[in-house]
Design a protein around this ligand. Structure first.
Ligand SMILES: [Zn+2]
Length: 254
């Protein structure tokens, strides 16, 4: 299994780094988790973006989906057309949101321009989603919109991705035994006692990885202004394994 970070910025792109996006490659599958703004150019550096097996979206926040709009144009007007539409798996309710977001631009294009290039569908978070040899499962996150944490199994290996979540989601059992966890670490300070807050501190991200017995933690959803190293230092207080900061092109294979 191989993970390549396409971007790891929170909410809006940091200097030189797009928002959430992760390329996952297993024995026979190649797909992307989230496609936030600024991640499509990085994706093109690592894979033929026209032939992905799927794109799976954790939740419908702009920093996790915006490059889906760019992707449609990149596929529709590419001089080497894609062989088939790219399956895009959205959370429940996501299709309507995406169609509404894209509607102002669609009037400029032929009616079938985008149905030829992307196949929009919604996953059922209660059911495993197979993508070739990979099995994708979901667990509810705690965020200010419906959001899903994601686990991927393939060939006896496992990867976890928190998406965006607060600590109340208590995701350690869901991620138990993953080798690598991509965990959001938006905060350094919890900012008071709000049990339903929708983001983790770096310390909480580290504690989650430790509780899940992950060996590698990739801290993501980071603010440049908070200082990347500050996130690393804080997470290291609760996680003793290999610790990486998300950055475009960071690849981990196991
Ligand atoms: Zn979010």
């Amino acid at each position: 299994m191989r993970l390549t970070v396409l971007g790891g910025s929170a909410a809006g792109p940091n200097a030189g780094m797009g928002c959430s996006g992760y390329l996952v490659e297993t024995g026979s599958s190649r797909f992307v988790l989230d496609l936030g703004p600024g991640t499509l150019p990085e994706l093109r550096r690592h894979a033929d973006f026209r032939t992905l097996d799927a794109i799976v979206v954790s939740h419908m926040h702009v920093d996790h989906v915006l490059d889906l709009l760019a992707l449609r144009h990149a596929l529709a007007y590419n001089p080497v057309p894609p062989p088939r539409p790219t399956p895009v798996w959205l959370p429940p309710g996501g299709a309507e949101l995406l169609i509404r977001a894209a509607a102002p631009f669609d009037t400029c294009d032929e009616p079938d321009t985008f149905s030829r290039t992307v196949a929009i569908a919604e996953y059922d978070p209660l059911r495993p989603l197979p993508i070739r040899d990979a099995i994708v499962t979901f667990a509810p996150a705690v965020h200010n919109v419906p959001a899903w944490a994601i686990r991927i199994e393939a060939g006896g290996r496992a990867l976890g991705y928190t998406g965006d979540t607060g600590p109340a989601a208590a995701l350690a059992p869901f991620f138990l035994g993953v080798r690598l966890l991509v965990a959001e670490a938006t905060l350094l300070d919890p900012g008071g006692n709000n049990p339903d807050r929708g983001s983790l501190t770096a310390e909480e991200a580290g504690a989650l990885a430790a509780a899940a017995e992950a060996e590698i933690l990739v801290l993501s959803h980071l603010w440049q202004e908070r200082g990347y190293e500050a996130s690393r230092i804080q997470a290291a207080a609760s996680f003793r394994g290999r610790l990486e900061l998300a950055r475009p092109g960071l690849a981990v294979e196991w």
